[in-house]
Ligand binder design. Sequence first.
Ligand SMILES: Nc1ncnc2c1ncn2[C@@H]1O[C@H](COP(=O)(O)OP(=O)(O)OP(=O)(O)O)[C@@H](O)[C@H]1O
Length: 218
Amino acid sequence: MLRAEGIRHAYPGVRLFDDLELRLAPGEVRVVLGPSGSGKTTLIHLLAGILRVQEGRLYWGEVEVTRLGEERLARLRRRYVGLVFQHHYLLPELTALENVVLPGLIAGTPDWDWGRALLERVGLGARQHQRPAALSGGERQRVAVARAVYNRPRLVLADEPTGALDRENAWRVYALLLELAREVRSAVLLATHDEALARDVPVYRLEGGRLLVGLTSS
Ligand SMILES: Nc1ncnc2c1ncn2[C@@H]1O[C@H](COP(=O)(O)OP(=O)(O)OP(=O)(O)O)[C@@H](O)[C@H]1O
């Protein structure tokens, strides 16, 4: 359901990916481990269609993403992909609940009960009317996780979603992301430099511009 074939990507002076291949089955969960500068953010942005693939092909299910125009790509991404980044990217003027339901608000069909249920699941039922400024870093990231799965996306892509959190909060956010993704049957690809997060989850190692199937670190 996610397939990348022969992906090459270069920045001026930096040749990052050379013939990169990746497949993710429905519901599959994988961690991409790589040190700083190995290309994790670039990879997640390419797979999300935020960065355009320079060479190679990218498929979400049967759809060849690399052939879509900007508008269709953006529309399909909203339905198909949930995103979580290191920074939460919540809208500051909206409450926690409005942020979670945002994909529904954009589509004109907000499901407030589902939004509230998700906030309960991430332990923030009582904070639903707070704005992001009134929440802690870990709480904001839990709202971002709830928002990412709101649409029951086929695919969740996460780039260092716990990178700005202390160990305890990182674990909580990580566990919630995997739990909720399983519940709504999303496949997950989570990029991190943190080996500890890769316990019990199959790993790809990003090395020399390729993804190597690695053993879990436990
Ligand atoms: N817009 C850009 N222009 C030029 N080079 C870039 C650009 N973005 C990233 N790079 C380079 O590409 C390489 C990979 O960057 P990327 O941010 O994808 O790595 P990363 O593994 O996510 O790193 P980190 O964990 O430090 O965020 C780095 O050498 C970086 O300097």
